[in-house]
Design a protein around this ligand. Structure first.
Ligand code: SF4
Length: 457
């Protein structure tokens, strides 16, 4: 790593924007920097290297990043020599423009060359700013790994993300991911199962398989083309793994084999995140999603019938270009029929370079969008509350995550359906994070459950 005149280990701080994929990438960057002799710090003021791992899905993520970079200047004046790196999707998209907007950035690297982070930082320390963004990822079939780095990253001692695939071969009109993450590249099956075994050996009991469209996992592999269902079964069979989650499957590619694997593999949790985006067939076509609302609801019904007690969550965009009141009414109707356990709802934000950003009717009136957003929130909360209330009185297996973010006297955890449960700990403050225990559900809200530790043996 960069030579330090004080002879102490240099510290880095990573600020992550965006999705789970980005959080996982941040863990990989952290692993690489630690392997290079650095030390992580939670305090950005104490860091010698500040890494911003960015997102560009929505416009406000761009604005937030450039705002934060601008606010760094006093810190850089106070601590000359502090290095700033910008990584991730926005770096992939903006490239040299990052330094034009924020000239104090030392290193810019993209989503395809994360493993180069230590080298690029050293290079910048020796000879000045460096921008290195690759057009495409290395591919698994050409013999190079798509998961570079010193080993699997972990989000906690008991839970880990495992990236099964990078990039996306779809072309949703609103989405910039294919441009910044490239074509789909699946990691080899055996490598993934070995990684999960390694994680289990280190005490991890819950893994979340990550990909932009996990259902198409394996399609690009040439030597052997395993289905995602096979991967679910193999990962679920690893000794020590009690819970397997995955995100996100594309509705058009949700296969019966996946549902069967979910139903027949005890470790695979009863939770399906199935992005709807819109309930209007006209809007879905304009979005290039490749399904109709009827097809979506059919697949959802099939999943619910295959997997008992399945929780379903979704993503919905409000105010897509040209969305009329009739289109939105169809979205409300589908959302009500789907009866979601929760939903991530977004106001459409045009991303430069996407088809949607060039649509002539791209701006739906702001007040109309705000009012629709609120109506959708009411529909989703109604179904979430009903589904949560149905769990009151039941005993749920909860994986303890730790103290609640809002009240440290309370513990939080997740059910197999991924519902958040708060409960009062025992007299010794336990059980500790990573423990599995039975919680008796006593109350329900739209966003969480309340419960009591079971006294049953
Ligand atoms: S499936 Fe569509 S929304 Fe998802 S990453 Fe690919 S292009 Fe984007």
């Amino acid at each position: 790593m960069i030579p330090d005149p004080r002879g102490v280990r240099r510290r880095f701080h990573i600020r992550t924007f965006g999705c789970q994929m980005n959080e996982h990438d941040s863990e990989r960057i952290a692993d690489l920097l630690v392997a290079d002799g650095m030390e992580a710090t939670d305090d950005p003021d104490q860091a010698d290297v500040l890494v911003f791992n960015t997102c560009c899905i929505r416009e406000n993520a761009d604005n937030r990043l450039y705002g934060e970079l601008g606010r760094l200047k006093p810190q850089l004046d106070r601590r000359p020599g502090t290095m700033v790196a910008v990584a991730g999707c926005l770096a992939q998209k903006d490239r040299e423009q990052v330094r034009r907007k924020a000239p104090h950035v030392d290193v810019v690297f993209g989503t395809h060359n994360i493993e180069r982070a230590p080298v690029l930082l050293r290079q910048a320390a020796d000879s000045g700013p460096v921008v290195e963004v690759l057009e495409a990822p290395v591919t698994a079939d050409c013999g190079q790994t798509t998961a570079p780095g010193p080993g699997p990253a972990r989000r906690s001692a008991h839970s880990a993300w495992v990236t099964v695939q990078r990039g996306c071969d779809n072309s949703c009109a609103f989405c910039i991911v294919p441009q910044v993450r490239g074509r789909e590249v699946s990691r080899p099956f055996d490598e993934l199962v070995a990684e999960v075994r390694t994680l289990a050996g280190r005490g991890v009991s819950e893994v979340t398989l990550l990909g932009q469209n996990v259902n198409s996992y394996g399609r690009d592999l040439t030597k052997r083309r395993p289905l995602f269902a096979e991967l679910l079964r193999a990962v679920g069979a690893v000794e020590g793994i009690r819970r397997v989650r995955f995100t996100s499957p594309h509705p058009k590619d949700l296969r019966p084999e996946t549902m069967a694997a979910m139903a027949e593999t005890p470790a695979v949790c009863e939770h399906l995140h199935l992005p709807l985006q819109s309930g209007s067939d006209r809007v879905l076509k304009s979005m290039r999603r490749g399904y109709t609302s009827a097809r979506y609801l059919e697949r959802l019904a099939a999943a619910r019938s295959a997997v008992p007690d399945l929780a379903v969550t979704t993503d919905i965009i409000v105010g897509f270009p040209g969305e009329t009141e009739d289109d939105f009414a169809e979205t409300l109707a589908v959302a009500a029929e789907a009866s979601y356990d929760s939903a991530y709802t977004f106001v459409f934000s045009p991303r430069p370079g996407t088809r949607a950003a060039a649509m002539p009717d791209r701006f739906v009136d702001r007040e109309v969008v705000a009012e629709r957003f609120e109506r959708l929130r009411v529909v989703v909360e109604r179904s979430a509350l009903a589904r949560h209330r149905a769990r009151v009185g039941r005993l749920e297996e909860v994986l303890v995550e730790g103290p609640s973010k809002r009240d440290p006297a309370v513990r939080s955890g997740r059910t197999r359906q991924n519902a958040l449960v708060h409960f009062v700990p025992d007299a010794r403050g336990g059980p500790a994070a990573g423990a599995y225990l039975d919680v008796h559900i006593t109350q329900a809200g739209p966003h969480h459950l309340m419960g009591e530790l079971s006294t049953a043996p």
